[in-house]
Design a protein around this ligand. Structure first.
Ligand code: 5GP
Length: 196
């Protein structure tokens, strides 16, 4: 019910993807903390268990599988996808409302979901953030230490297939120097009307 014809809304939608471990959350958080930008980060729903320090309603809405599937049936997600054995989705209503109010909204989502958003919101900007090399990505993911080995290997496998889709995005940023990548992303946000 929420997903048709988002092209006419006055706000700017920015979709950011990138393999797990590429540093995209850090880049986004730092760019949004900059007073030169003004954008709302969408809070996704997921069936994944919270990691240490993650808060319900802040990092994600952590929901049981059956709740998530019922929300899909009710058409409540702008997009949703399965990732590493869990479901993730963007609740459509808050994004729709913010865009209707002319605000800038940022979605940090994986590639399959991003491709669904492209169908509904042709005016969105699609940004892909990648680590300089695959070895650097693996190193960062291991340093994070939040995964058991099997899950980490699955994330690396998914990362390879996500990197194959980078060409579908409007802009690719390489996170080889965090400060520079944050500055590039900040400048991009401002140039797309997400200035503070
Ligand atoms: P993590 O489990 O590391 O928090 O997230 C795993 C992947 O799911 C990341 O690539 C993240 O960007 C993506 N993700 C987070 N929220 C959503 C969402 O609402 N929809 C989709 N399709 N992917 C999401």
């Amino acid at each position: 019910m929420w997903v048709d014809g988002w092209g006419h809304l006055p706000g700017q939608l920015i979709v950011v993807s990138g393999p797990s471990g590429c540093g995209k959350s850090t880049v986004i958080d730092r760019a949004l903390a900059n007073p030169r930008t003004s954008a709302q980060l969408s809070v996704s729903s997921t069936t994944r268990a919270p990691r240490a320090g993650e808060q319900d309603g802040v990092n994600y809405h952590f929901v049981p599988d059956e709740h998530f599937r019922a929300a899909i049936e009710r058409g409540e997600f702008l997009e949703h996808a399965e990732y590493n054995g869990n479901l993730y989705g963007t609740p459509a209503e808050p994004v729709y409302r913010a865009l209707s109010d002319g605000k800038c909204v940022l979605l940090e989502i994986e590639v399959k979901g991003a491709m669904q958003v492209r169908e509904h919101a042709p005016g969105a900007l699609f940004v892909f953030i990648k680590a300089p090399t695959f070895a650097a990505l693996e190193q960062r993911l291991r340093a994070r230490g939040s995964e058991i080995e099997a899950s980490l290997l699955r994330r690396l496998r998914i990362a390879r297939s996500e990197l194959d889709k980078a060409h579908c995005y409007d802009i690719i940023l390489v996170n080889d120097d965090l400060d520079r990548c944050v500055e590039e992303f900040t400048t991009l946000l401002i140039s797309y009307g997400c200035g503070g």
